[in-house]
Design a protein around this ligand. Structure first.
Ligand SMILES: Nc1ncnc2c1ncn2[C@@H]1O[C@H](COP(=O)(O)OP(=O)(O)O)[C@@H](O)[C@H]1O
Ligand SMILES: [Mg+2]
Length: 332
């Protein structure tokens, strides 16, 4: 199905809409006033460190946990007041997949398909499709209790697909898997997007980089960044320059250059100063800038373009800010 067709199916509404959602566990604010939308067919990475509030948010979206305040709609249905409608439209892979250890894989999926109301006539081919898609054919007659973590996770994923729900909410679908299994699972999820809207949580940046079209970074219950991967790629790069000479004069000179919008200096040692500068447009100004600096008689030791990466953004919004907060707390 194309994104346009999915839009028709959802009558032009976002697949997921979250508005000022908050969840407290006693004094702990696990989710703190978050809002976002996911459009039909999008594959969005919900990225954040452990304890950020990802699972709590997903449990609310899947109707398993009531919010303390705020709203959420899936395909236009309210998670609080229309929970049965919501449940029919989502496939949810919880953080730890509860499986019946005494059941065989195929038997379990048949049982789950019945529970989910998959019509009898289509049950067998549908299970066959899910088994194929999630690469669990070779274990379909094994007892669930004897499966490795990787296979158990894949059975969980197959389970989410049984009723062919338009929306998939996958809570750390790759956790505990080895690198090969991680790649296979990510490939499967990528294949599923487009046909399904996917919200996938993870604490691993490279997973988002590999398959997601958009990232929502959450930390301490709050959304710190919500941007498409394309927009991140198109962000202005930073130039890193190290110049030998009088630091203050060079700083002043760089600030006077018309194409530079920000100049940050930091001493490197001796008469060397490092500068991080940003330019006004997306052109590469290295050569003209270098010749102007050298024209003043200053030597350049380093000049490079640093593209804005998800890692840099994550470091900035999550790691650096929490360091700053710690510094403030210990100073106080
Ligand atoms: N049932 C619970 N009772 C109390 N605190 C909880 C409960 N579940 C989660 N928390 C707390 O809420 C915060 C967010 O947790 P969680 O949503 O699991 O984050 P994530 O999935 O991003 O790791 C954490 O501080 C966690 O300790
Ligand atoms: Mg979690």
């Amino acid at each position: 199905m194309t994104t346009a067709q999915l839009k028709v199916q959802t009558h032009g509404q976002p697949a997921i809409k979250v508005q000022n959602l908050t969840k407290n566990y006693g004094p702990i604010v696990a989710v703190n006033d978050i809002s976002f939308e996911v459009q039909p067919g999008e594959l969005v990475g919900f990225l954040g460190p452990n304890g950020a509030g990802k699972s709590t948010c997903m449990r609310i979206l899947t109707t398993w946990l009531p919010a303390s305040s705020g709203y959420a709609w899936l395909n236009g249905f309210d998670v609080m007041y229309e929970s049965m409608e919501v449940r029919q439209r989502i496939g949810y892979l919880p953080e730890s997949v509860p499986l019946y250890t005494e059941m065989r894989v195929r038997e379990y999926l048949a049982y789950r398909a019945r529970l989910k109301g998959v019509e009898r006539s289509v049950r067998t081919p549908r299970i066959g499709y899910c088994v194929e898609k999630c690469r669990i054919k070779e274990v379909q007659n094994r007892l669930l209790g004897t499966l490795s973590k990787g296979y158990r996770q894949r059975v969980g994923l197959a389970d989410t697909l049984l009723a062919d729900p338009p929306i998939l909410i996958l809570d750390e679908p790759t956790s505990g898997l080895d690198p090969v299994q991680i790649n296979e699972t990510l490939d499967t999820i990528k294949e599923l997007s487009g046909k399904h809207t996917v919200l996938l949580s993870t604490h691993i940046m490279t997973e988002v980089e590999k398959i997601c079209e958009r990232v929502i970074i959450i930390d301490k219950g709050r959304i710190k960044l919500d941007e498409t991967m394309k927009a991140i790629e198109a962000r202005e790069p930073t130039y890193v320059i190290e110049v030998r000479g009088p630091a203050e004069t060079i700083t002043k000179f760089l600030r006077e250059q018309p194409e530079l919008i920000s100049v940050e200096a930091r001493p490197v040692g001796g008469d060397l100063t490092g500068f991080e500068v940003k330019t006004r447009d997306n052109k590469d100004h290295r050569e003209s800038l270098a010749s102007r600096v050298m024209g003043k008689g200053w030597a350049i030791r380093r000049l490079e373009v640093r593209k804005v990466s998800l890692e840099a953004l994550f470091t900035d919004v999550v790691l650096r800010r929490s360091e700053n907060e710690q510094a403030k707390t210990s100073a106080a």
